[in-house]
Design a protein around this ligand. Sequence first.
Ligand SMILES: [Zn+2]
Length: 337
Amino acid sequence: MIEQVLPNIFLIKIPLPENPLRILNSYLIKDPDRNLLIDTGFNLEACQVAMDKALFDLGVSMKETDLFITHLHTDHSGLVQHLFRPGDTVWMGKDDALVFEANMRENVFINTAGQLLQRSGLLLDGAPNCPQEEATAKYADRACVPITVVLDGDILSKGGYTWRAVATPGHTAGHMCLYEAEHKILIAGDHILDKITPNIGLWSFQYDPLGQYLPSLDKIAALDVELVLPGHRNLITDMRGRIREIKEHHGRRLQDVLQALGEDKKTTVQVARRIPWDLSYKHWDEFPLNQKMHACAEALAHLYHLVVRGQLIMSEEEGVLYFQAAPDGGVIQQAGE
Ligand SMILES: [Zn+2]
């Protein structure tokens, strides 16, 4: 389904079958020189068919269209290989491009999922050790296309608009938005969404994703924006109001995690079991493994942020991470000593 949102800017709704996000918002910016397509949908037939039809209906050829991928998640990047034509430029933020390119050589998503199963305590909790089936990798595209890294401040002139790339790490480390100052538009990827809170999950220990995300929200709040074009759900007009709500959510989540942790040393799963989840299942044990993994990644992001802030101590036993309140919320120590 296609909707014109502004002159030369079209919203293409790509269905995401069996996914709670339901739809990916892809945006096409028509330009007499070269068009720009932002985000793609999964590497699934339903997404391919919807995208091909929309491009056909818009009279757009991928030979004359470059791609801008806000971040590497497969609902945004899955069709890159399918859409790419020789000579096209595919832009992506640096940290995401590194993972995306590494995934061409080895299945990074499966390795990462396997580590999460172990570290979070999910295996101790009875989860099967089969990350292959549960990793979102199945919708990934083992793309062999050249990626052009886009840096904070880079300018793309498309459709009569001047877009400035804004690095917004958090949802992923290389997440990028596009800002148009004159018309006060922000193409936001999954940095800000209406109704749903962008998932902030920790899948590796190279970053403190929540520690990156909160300043990235402030960075965007400082921009003059009247219309946000997000990666899912409705367009947003009150950007600062939405940012306030998202920040409040994470403040509450940090409190939930601290409360669930209590006095004892706990694994991520033990914490995740004790905090509320906005899902239709009655009990943690009913969550499908994929949901448990995402819940653990989210709990872990909040736990790790509290470790970085010095409020918790993290230790490791046989590959499983344990968290405990720091004495007086203070100095970081090695637990288990
Ligand atoms: Zn998304």
